[in-house]
Design a protein around this ligand. Sequence first.
Ligand SMILES: Cc1ncc(C[n+]2csc(CCOP(=O)(O)OP(=O)(O)O)c2C)c(N)n1
Ligand SMILES: [Mg+2]
Length: 1022
Amino acid sequence: MSEKLLVPDIGDFEEVEIIEILVKEGDKISKNDPVITLESDKSSVEVPSAFEGVVDSINIKIGDKVSKGDLILTLSSENGTQQKQETIEKIPPATEKIIAEAENSNGYNNSELDTSAHKEIKVENIQAEEHNERLEIVQNNNDIDPQETKEWLESLSAVVHSEGPERAHFLIKQLIDQAYKEGSNIPYTQNTPYINTIPADEEIKSPGDQNIERKIRALIRWNSAVMVVRANMRDPSLGGHIGTFASAATLYDIGMNHFWRAKSNKFGGDLIYFQGHSAPGIYARAFLEGRLDEKQLDRFRQEVYPGGLSSYPHPWLMPKFWQFPTVSMGLGPMMATYQARFMKYLINRKLIKDENRKVWSFLGDGEIDEPEALGSIGLAAREKLDNLIYVVNCNLQRLDGPVRGNGKIIQELEGIFRGAGWNVIKVIWGSYWDPLLANDKSGLLVKRMNEAVDGEYQAFKAKGGLYVRDNFFGKYPELKNLVASYTDSDIWKLNRGGHDPHKVYAAYHKAINTKDRPTVILAKTIKGYGMGKSGESINTTHQQKKLGVDDLLYYRDRFDVPLTDEQVKNIEYFRPDENSEEIKYLKKRRLALGGYIPERSSFSKPIKTPSNDIFDFMKKSTGEKEMSTTMALVRMLTNLLRDKNVAPRLVPIIPDEARTFGMEGFFQKIGIYAHEGQKYEPEDSAQLSSYKEEKSGQVLEEGINEAGSMASWIAAGTSYSNHDIEMIPIYLFYSMFGFQRTGDFAWAAGDSQTRGFLIGATAGRTTLAGEGLQHQDGHSHLLASTIPNCVSYDPTFHYELATIFKEGLRRMHEKHENIFYYITTMNENYSHPEMPKDCEEGILKGMYKIKDFSKNKKNKIQLLGSGTILREMMEAAEILQNEYQVDSEVWSVTSFNELRRDGLETERYNLLNPGGEKKISYVEKCLGKTEGPILAASDYMRMNSDQIRPYINKSFYSLGTDGFGRSDTRKNLRKFFEVDKEHIVAYGLSILSNEQLIASKHAVDAIKKYKIDKDKPMPTKL
Ligand SMILES: Cc1ncc(C[n+]2csc(CCOP(=O)(O)OP(=O)(O)O)c2C)c(N)n1
Ligand SMILES: [Mg+2]
């Protein structure tokens, strides 16, 4: 039978142009195969077939304008089954709403709900009878003894009536606290008492040999401290930290010995984000493992010559060791969250297997103050990231002093994380406290624990056992009695949870077995643990990088490091014999867990760059048709989704701007990633670009969250290493909210060797009209230029964009160069010319001649334009030629940044090779033999084009958009910033007169003609 395929509902658009027909008569097509591409003035979208069958006749042609309901083609369906066009069959949402309203208006639908809501409110104001009545009504299916429940509730009601609500609240809290103490971990409030979440009798015991593990830990502690001390003996300016790792050693060791599985040919590996300044401890372990030698440890913080060790985790500088740069505080936890999310994305898209891998993020309690540190915890809970574990090392101190001297950081974080929906595990007290807590019949010990603030807890560990007896236990006689039989030294030994391997093991065990929620472990530790007077729990611990001989002797004794006094005085490293039980144990454990951590590797396969066909349409003139480069990019991406190699690997990332960039067509085509699929019928379900969330969705719609989007982009762009699968992330954002908003992440991306595209859309200071100061970007290219492995371009025409993008795909994803691309695209619509011959090399190097104006053969000027300002240059060149008899060569500059890099290198080479054959910079090659002075301009600050000034020995002038952006029309903005064609003409003539090539009167005339106000202050002053 025959089916008619009609144009579906395309939202608010009418009369939309057909730009592609993707099928021909006789083609056999399946349901959902794209048949045509429609393009409005803002976006392009493919129309899928609603039926399967053979195309009988096509009713439209390219260039036709169509609206909803127009016939596209007819199909004969082979199986003859009745197929209905889905969009027509569905009840439109508006109709559904009317039906729902009609149903509700009969009254009975909501009546029950209303009554119960009303009753709930009444309960607050209370009459005992009313309560009882309500008790009858509320039935709970989980209630195994309703009579007992009723009695409890009646008692409560009685208290409320006779003693008031405060007393009732007090009793409830007591009940909850009691239940918690008895081991029922069911939080009724955001906060539980200041004791461990896992009761002692529920702890899962570690299978490890505690004796050997303790010895290993002591050696790691020793070598890490010695490494820092030795570096600073060599040169005290080198710095380093001892106190952080000293507080975290147990937290890392338990993970290394028992939990963290390395990448192997059988398993993808857990991913560990180490706290940045705990790096010395990680090196010290690698030394025991035999991965680093003494020579390398001695090169800690000396990276200039090969073989040195980075101060902090820097994958760029130690590409086979570190995986994640974390020391810019706050970035680590956020990157870890998005890493865990991306792992689930890859699993749900069936690109990797679900192997129950985990992402662990270690962070400091001070670091939590960074907004980014807590910025993504909501997402982690919402997306049920049970593959994510944060370990917050709560040593109660940061750099200057206490984190929360007057409060309790662990309690604060418990409330925040629990409120966000996380599983919270507090590891506060070590095993030595267990008997005391068990004997605390009065509840005073827990009360005292709750009372004391972190400032006191810090002082307790700085001042010794007697001080703790007097000031902690001494507050209540019952508590003093509790420790009456303890010596001061016993009291001093009462340990903190984060230093107790049993408690830490139990917490980690619980964390990895938690389902459907991320876990945070709040581990209480002591900053500078074991450093004694030189740094234990004192405010200056953080910067302690030197230990005197006495301190080192103390440290040795404290941890029983098997070194003689002589060896300590010589500040020697210590690595036991290869056959020692410690080394054998350590290696055996790592072998059992698949290998060493951290280790960075990649076994990803290259992605073949798509053939030219994908890009060919961008090499043709668009004729009358006007489009923006953002639109051209979206068309190109749509085409790339037809390439079988590239399509599954594209990861479009958008911070709630898909409609701004004309990308809403992607929603239906590839879906928005949503781990639970779509639980609702979207309001616009009848439309072609309806909002479609699905489990296997490809688009990462990040909401209004540029930092999170960057973290996603980094996760996707390093997938080649972390998951051994090359992905192509393309993150599109308002260019003003890119580098300046999340510049720190951009550096972390460079350090991480992220491969992918950053697209600064709606770019430029005068191109984005109307929006105003905070939207108009005049400097993102300058910020991009600061990152060494960021390659950036500001193209004007669609063929430039295609050439650049294709090369990006080739260099990054086929050739595996560790670079990333920043490309600006604009929202100004104009027509695009056909690609000139032989300009490909120039486009990629940064400039090529686009037009020669040589009618007059008198005076000449070189005009260099970038972005849309190139178009102003081209129009100015016409005016100069026709009205002022000035010839010009117009150059399209696609990247001042790339030109500068080439210039820098060339100049350096020539200076280092005096008397040798000189190299010529690319700028010089292009402009060296040309006639006349140079005038360059872009939609960015003058500094952008000034970058190439040193590399050409000619008079050079620049125009740019220095100053605050402001809202107005493009025309007015360009006039204001003096980058419109009229200013270019006037300045051009003035430059020629300055160079004594023409008389000044021409320039004076032009200034007058174009009504240029000479007395207007520089735009930077307005
Ligand atoms: C964004 C950022 N700001 C400041 C610093 C400097 N800094 C390094 S460590 C530190 C204190 C860290 O305290 P905390 O997070 O509690 O870690 P701890 O050493 O106590 O484990 C500071 C301020 C940094 N590395 N990154
Ligand atoms: Mg701290």
